[in-house]
Design a binder for this molecule. Structure first.
Ligand SMILES: O=C(O)CCC(=O)C(=O)O
Ligand SMILES: [Fe+2]
Length: 415
């Protein structure tokens, strides 16, 4: 089976004329949360950003956060508590999950990382421009250090140089932050785009986005980290990739426990990521149930417990051709177990439809913090990313992580 992500990526070009645009929020199902998602993950992934040790850290994670932890999140009890349609509120976390989150420590140490400076020149440009330059030099670096051995890709390079641009005043910065907070509180809206496909706008809080970025930075620099993937036949994907849980090999379109290219074991999916995913599925099920007269919400959007996460980083010129995600197990596909996708950083134009045809595809803008879920009847949709919109990363996220221009995307699946 082939995911076929390479087959059409040349066809997907920014600006090509789509016939059906749904850039606006669809009105067939709109749901507003009563309150923003609480920050359930304090002291956990954050700790990963500041206190990492490799490689013990990843080993420690393996032993501490094995499957048992994960199963505990999908027990009927915890699942039931989320499925209570009377409690229509996005963002509540069962006590057990909150306890799990509190006990979780990502013991990884960034200090051992290979510095991007190894493959780039120092620059005294402002940090933003610096990051743009770096994205280019990393592309060049990829040519020299191509493949897996020796290639390191830092999505949040250290800030270098003295900014020459005037920094915004504290007043302006605070206003920006307030607006972002207001936006993320107001914009928590869930929409059912089609049967089995739900878009949760601004679902991940900015602080959770920061934690996810920092965790991905750490994993990305460690064993099994980001690399430049190619398809069978040599075409390169227009993005950097790494996998958590299991490795997906674009050359064979198969999953493997060890990345065959370099023998690296993909890092485990951190417990907090599971919590975000399970909450997103539960909230989506509530939306579906509340919106239509669906009796069996499980049939429309089944539950799943992910053991795979593909992490993509798109530069501002990155894209991904229309494809289906169909390399998961036959059982998983037959049941329509959903793919859960997190978008962080610059916004993207996401295409989807029933055919591998961009002219017929619908499009939706995915912004930082959005979560998109497609399962059930939508599990086999063709989908892809046509455009990354520059300079759309939330300011606070950029300031707190120094994430490169571009977009981080995590897709969770159950094999
Ligand atoms: O970046 C996205 O939004 C989609 C990624 C995707 O489709 C994939 O990794 O299979
Ligand atoms: Fe996909």
């Amino acid at each position: 089976m082939s995911r076929g992500r390479g087959k059409s990526f040349h066809h997907v070009s920014p600006g090509s004329g789509w016939k059906h645009c749904i850039d606006k929020t669809p009105s067939n199902c709109v749901y507003r949360a009563k309150s923003p998602a609480p920050d359930v993950s304090a002291n956990s992934l954050e700790a990963g950003g500041s206190n990492m040790k490799q490689p013990e850290s990843l080993d420690a994670l393996d032993s501490v956060h094995g499957n048992d932890d994960l199963h505990s999140l999908s027990t009927p009890d915890s699942k039931e508590s989320h499925l209570d349609v009377n409690r229509i509120q996005i963002g509540e976390t069962p006590k057990k999950e909150a306890d799990d989150a509190a006990s979780f420590k990502l013991k990884t140490d960034f200090s051992g990382k290979v510095k991007v400076a190894d493959i780039q020149e120092e620059s005294s440009l402002p940090s933003k421009a610096n990051a743009e330059d770096q994205a280019v030099s990393l592309e060049k670096g990829a040519k020299n250090l191509e493949g897996i051995g020796g290639f390191r890709f830092d999505i949040c390079p250290p800030k270098t140089g003295t900014p020459v641009m005037l920094k915004p005043s504290l007043l302006v910065k605070n206003r920006q932050k307030r607006n972002e907070m207001k936006l993320s509180m107001e914009a928590q809206i869930g929409s059912e785009l089609r049967s089995g496909m739900v878009l949760l706008k601004s679902y991940l809080s900015l602080s959770d986005q920061v934690k996810i970025v920092k965790a991905c930075q750490g994993y990305g620099l460690g064993p099994g980290g980001f690399y430049q993937p190619s398809y069978h036949g040599g075409g390169r994907l227009h993005l950097k990739m790494m996998c958590l849980g299991k490795n997906w090999d674009p050359e064979t379109s198969k999953y493997e426990d060890i990345r065959s290219a370099d023998g690296a074991k993909p890092p485990n999916i951190p417990t907090e990521f599971y919590q975000f995913v399970s909450k997103a599925i539960q909230d989506s099920q509530v939306i579906i149930k509340g919106n239509s007269k669906v009796r069996n919400v499980e049939a429309e959007l089944p539950w799943m417990s992910p053991n795979i996460c593909l992490v993509n980083f798109y530069s501002t010129t990155g894209k991904l051709g229309l494809h289906q995600d169909k390399d998961e197990s036959r059982e998983s596909l037959a049941k329509g177990l959903p793919v859960v996708s997190f978008s962080i950083g610059d916004s993207a134009e996401f295409l989807y439809g029933d055919h591998r045809d961009e002219d017929q595809a619908q499009k939706v803008k995915l912004e930082s913090g959005d979560v998109l879920i497609f399962g059930g009847k939508s599990r086999h949709i063709f989908h892809g990313v046509s455009t990354i919109f520059r300079d759309t990363t939330p300011k606070t996220l950029q300031e707190e992580t120094n994430i490169l221009p571009g977009r981080l995307n995590l897709t969770f699946r159950q094999y």
